[in-house]
Design a protein around this ligand. Structure first.
Ligand code: ADP
Ligand code: AMP
Length: 215
């Protein structure tokens, strides 16, 4: 099954994608993670993306489309994939349709996680991840079972994202509202969009997604 999770920054896309990946063997394709890796490695894409990401703006469509086109063509994606953070503009959604058609693939479900702005800000400001395995946590909503130790891999190193601050978050929310939200009617018109309450706790959101995938 190939699905898209759509939602504002902090809506819970990565959290849910990771759970689905474990449970259903699908591959999580997070364009944000791919870009952060490129920045860390200092690749040409990373060099171009760094200041854009720090400003909370969107990386140009052409770069993102190339990145995801190559990734989707890789063999592991035949098991099914979860797009997390892509598409983020209508031109990206159109390019996705074209590349899937070219590769003989289709989308099965497009799921929107709806979360209000105050909760998004609270979620990103408390977000941190394990440096080693990438497991996601939150200062209030999902603390490691043993303080300072990753539940998944036992590492004691954690990191916070440079763009998870109040000022950058303002720009990221603006980018979502102005550039990403228009993809919702794009998919709704095709009858492919299902919206769920992303304000619920993590397990309840997972159950709602699983009901959609089963339906
Ligand atoms: P996104 O990938 O959409 O930006 P994340 O999955 O990283 O969002 O979630 C943002 C933060 O909110 C993380 O710290 C995560 O632990 C927490 N979180 C995710 N889903 C929920 C939820 N349903 N309720 C409360 N906190 C959540
Ligand atoms: P995310 O991890 O999804 O919150 O993405 C972090 C940042 O990476 C965003 O604020 C953008 O600057 C950039 N980014 C990620 N995915 C895309 C995309 N599909 N199009 C444009 N920019 C993106």
């Amino acid at each position: 099954m190939n699905i898209i999770l759509i939602g504002a920054p902090g809506a819970g896309k990565g959290t849910q994608a990771r759970l689905l990946e474990e449970k259903y063997g699908m591959v999580q394709l997070s364009t944000g993670d791919m870009l952060r890796t490129a920045v860390k490695l200092g690749t040409p894409l990373g060099v171009e993306a760094k200041s854009i990401m720090e400003a909370g703006k969107l990386v140009p469509d052409a770069l993102m489309v190339n990145l995801i086109k190559e990734r989707i063509a890789q063999r592991d994606c035949a098991k099914g994939f979860i797009l997390d953070g892509f598409p983020r503009t209508v031109p990206q959604a159109e390019a996705l349709d074209a590349m899937l058609a070219e590769q003989g693939k289709t989308l099965d479900k497009i799921i929107e996680l709806k979360v209000d702005e105050a909760a998004l800000i609270e979620r990103v400001s408390g977000r941190f991840t394990c440096e080693k395995c990438g497991m996601g946590y939150h200062d209030t909503f999902k603390k490691p079972k043993v303080e300072g130790v990753c539940d998944a891999c036992g590492s004691t190193s954690f990191k916070r994202r440079a763009d998870d601050n109040a000022e950058t978050m303002k720009a990221r929310l603006q980018a979502f509202n102005e550039q990403t939200a228009p993809i919702l009617p794009y998919y709704a018109k095709k009858g492919m969009l299902v919206s769920i309450d992303g304000m619920a706790d993590m397990d309840t959101v997972t159950e709602a997604i699983e009901r959609i995938l089963a339906g």
